[in-house]
Design a protein around this ligand. Structure first.
Ligand SMILES: Cc1cc2nc3c(=O)[nH]c(=O)nc-3n(C[C@H](O)[C@H](O)[C@H](O)COP(=O)(O)O)c2cc1C
Length: 349
């Protein structure tokens, strides 16, 4: 996710572009194709539903993750502190953005520290598969984990992004290195989760990742922030911008990625990020087979807005999730599974 080391201002540009440019997919994550089956006699109290779950060995008060975005700069740190504190207030999972910059410039490590404001929630460290292919291994991963006191490590697998960015284009050997990393970190009790950044992980790839020994997957699919579009708007020359825009709609829609990964791996802990824009999307992601839903850009926009916007976003998302559970008769998050059917009409909701 990461040309920060080549150009330290790149991460800043990602944030500015995500705040100001039309970086979302035109196509959707696909949740509108499904509707919940209404339950008129739920035998539940809306105020007394159990939203809790666990992730990476820690309890969550709700099945929601603030997905990895930033860190390593003063501005990124300020955003992360605001979001991580909200994660703690609401009992949500939190991931920092790629830590490569702080591994290569250790003076930036302090700009990733957030544990102080989020002592009890699961925190995910973050490295790129491209860095594994170029020789990163357990030593760098352990430093990334220690830097934030993480409970787990995300390895983001972002071949398409690297290709349109002009970044690391040689992924040979990555599966063997991921396998070694999973084994080495398992010995420390640190689970490694593989994730995409928004182009999606399908069923066959999920199986290969499981063969590498990953402890979980974030299938991060298409339908929300398009990382080809982000790179297009970050580009300073017209040809690279055109390249990014031509790949702007690339990717497996998140709803399809969830269904495929869950079918391939019935028991793997599965996070679903990419295009979740409401609590109804979150509820559908859970009903399709995810254990936790992740949101990135909506949290960036809220963190950038007025005081209280992040809390309001979380409250709104969880209020809608609760209503979906109540009106389908699901008393628990796991109970939502399967309470959907394919829509026959074109209406939303
Ligand atoms: C500003 C920004 C920076 C991001 N940086 C990273 C990163 O460093 N590592 C990573 O794994 N994902 C990164 N992502 C990807 C998100 O975690 C997420 O997978 C993607 O944006 C799709 O989710 P969304 O549609 O909710 O934005 C970033 C997203 C945003 C918006």
């Amino acid at each position: 996710m990461d040309d920060t080391v080549r150009d330290p201002s790149a991460k800043q540009r990602h944030i500015d572009v995500c705040l100001a440019q039309p970086v979302e997919y035109a196509k959707s994550a696909g949740f509108e194709r499904f509707e919940f089956v209404n339950e008129a006699l739920p035998e539940l109290s809306l105020a007394d539903l159990d939203l809790s779950t666990t992730l990476a060995g820690r309890r969550l008060r709700a099945p929601l993750m603030i997905a990895p975005m930033t860190g390593g700069t003063a501005r990124g740190h300020a955003i992360n502190l605001r979001l991580a504190a909200a994660a703690e207030r609401h009992g949500l999972a939190f991931g920092v953005g790629s830590q490569r910059v702080a591994l290569e410039s250790p003076d930036r490590a302090g700009f990733f520290e957030i544990r102080e404001v989020a002592p009890s929630v699961p925190l995910f460290a973050n490295l790129g598969a491209a860095q594994l292919a170029r020789g990163y291994g357990a030593e760098q991963a352990r430093r990334a984990v220690a830097m934030i006191g993480a409970d787990a490590l995300f390895v983001h697998c972002n071949a398409l992004q690297e290709a349109v960015q002009g970044g690391d284009r040689d992924f040979r050997g990555v599966a063997a290195r991921l396998t070694r990393l999973c084994r080495d970190l398992a010995a420390d009790g640190i689970p490694v989760y593989a994730r995409e950044v928004g182009f999606g992980i399908g069923g066959a790839t999920a199986r290969r990742l499981a063969d590498c020994g990953v402890a979980g997957i974030d299938c991060a699919g298409a339908g929300g922030t398009s990382w080809a579009k982000v790179e297009a708007y970050c580009a300073t020359d017209a040809r690279r911008r055109a390249l990014g825009l031509e790949f702007g709609e690339w990717g497996i829609p998140t709803s399809e990625a969830i269904v495929e990964v869950r079918a391939a791996l019935p028991d793997i802990p599965l996070i679903a990020t990419g295009g979740l824009r409401s609590g109804i999307d979150l509820a559908k992601a859970l009903a399709l087979g995810a254990d936790v839903g992740g949101m990135a850009r909506p949290f960036l926009l809220a963190a950038h807005a007025e005081e209280g916007a992040v809390d309001r976003l979380v409250e709104d998302v969880l209020a809608r999730l609760r209503i979906c559970m109540f009106a389908t008769g699901a008393g628990t998050v796991a109970g939502l599974r399967g309470r959907l059917r394919l829509r026959t009409s074109a209406a939303q909701g």
